[in-house]
Design a protein around this ligand. Structure first.
Ligand SMILES: [Fe+2]
Length: 367
């Protein structure tokens, strides 16, 4: 089967965010040094929830990965999709197995349904990672914890204080509430929160990138994103928000540059890096460069995730795909907020690299 056969252009949802300006760099004082990423023999990435569920998406053994699709199920195991993202990541290093949950979709119903349908048991998770503080990524986390679906005492790796601050998106129709994850509540239920601002190895297998240096001149945080300033001296006081170090009154909005967003990266034996951006507000190319820098490994096997280019102009999409071609990943797996514009461009420019997204997809790296 040819990889270009995987392209299905029919049902790709897109986000509504716009791209905007970037101001001063907060990461200039950060020292992201290679911290020794472990090598895993195999990684099985299951997309528990994504925007699209396409029963016609094609799978099969490709050159160096295997793609398994969730079959049509009339009842019981029907998968649900929504504007949200959640991964289950199972990796092997010799006889050592790790399961990690990365992001937690938007709604309890979708993730609970899909975990069950895909036979994924969140109680087996060894660690939790949250990419950033938007509700389409943390949505079901609190209920999973409250219901005891996740083992007590697990560590949740977040990228910064702002992960737990109130967020909104400005739209022509008004403010769209993007939520606020309640850190004290999670901690009261036994979750150990680690702010992984620097590259951090998680449960001995993957690494989080730490806060992402903004290197490219064409990737900007969404212009419409805002943080709601919290009380002075609180973790959500505006003075803590990276590039927006201006004192504003509690309740006022400050530009959101996603200071605490981080990506997740695995080093798969004889393959290279699998970089999972999640939502890519820091820029997918920036995220890949950060992964290369903090691991000290150049070879990128796969670029995975939401690239947040759905609202981007063609020029930005073209520059991103040109950068992809320079990075030379074996596979590009665009999902969630990537946008049809970018999927079409990847198909045109890198047809053998594209793997189409669909909820329930399992990709086996190192197969
Ligand atoms: Fe998102």
């Amino acid at each position: 089967m040819h990889r270009r056969d995987l392209l299905k252009l029919g049902a790709v949802a897109s986000g509504t965010f716009a791209m905007g300006g970037l101001t001063r760099a907060w990461w200039s004082t950060a020292s992201a040094q290679p911290a020794g990423i472990p090598t895993v023999d195999r990684l099985t990435m299951t997309v528990a929830v994504d925007n699209v569920y396409d029963i016609f998406a094609k799978g099969g053994k490709l050159d160096t990965i295997a793609v398994e699709r969730a079959p049509f199920a009339r009842s019981g195991n029907t998968l649900l999709s929504e504007h949200g993202l959640a991964y289950h990541l199972e990796s092997f290093r010799g006889s050592e197995r790790r399961e990690i949950l990365l992001d937690f979709a938007l709604t309890d119903g979708a993730i609970a349904n899909n975990y069950r349908a895909l036979k994924l048991d969140p109680a087996r998770a060894d660690a939790l990672i949250l990419s950033h503080g938007h509700v389409d990524h943390y949505g079901a986390l609190t209920s999973l914890v409250d219901q005891g679906a996740i083992k007590p005492g697990l560590t949740l790796y977040a990228g910064g204080e702002d992960t737990f601050c109130q967020r909104v998106v400005i739209t022509p129709a008004g403010q769209m509430d993007m939520g606020q994850l309640d850190r004290p509540h999670l901690e009261s239920r036994g979750v150990k929160v680690v702010l992984a601002k620097q590259p951090t190895v998680v449960a001995g297998h993957p690494m989080t990138t730490g806060q992402i240096e903004r290197l490219t001149d064409f990737e900007k945080p969404p212009a419409a994103g805002r943080l709601v300033s919290g009380p002075m001296d609180s973790a959500c006081a505006s003075t803590h928000f990276g590039t927006t170090r201006v004192a504003v009154k509690p309740g006022e909005l400050v530009f959101d540059d996603f200071q605490g967003e981080h990506a997740t990266v695995y080093n798969v034996k004889n393959r290279g890096l699998v970089v999972i951006t999640s939502c890519g507000h820091a820029g997918v190319v920036n995220s890949v460069r950060q992964a290369q820098k903090v691991t000290g490994i150049e070879k990128v096997h796969a670029i995975v995730g939401g690239f947040h280019l759905a609202p981007a102009p063609d020029e930005i999409v073209a520059k991103t795909v040109a950068a992809f071609k320079g990075i030379k990943p074996d596979y590009v797996i665009p999902m969630h907020c990537t946008g049809l514009n970018t999927i079409v461009a990847v198909q045109r420019e890198m047809p053998t690299a594209l793997v189409m997204p669909s909820t329930g997809t399992r990709v086996i790296f190192g197969a």
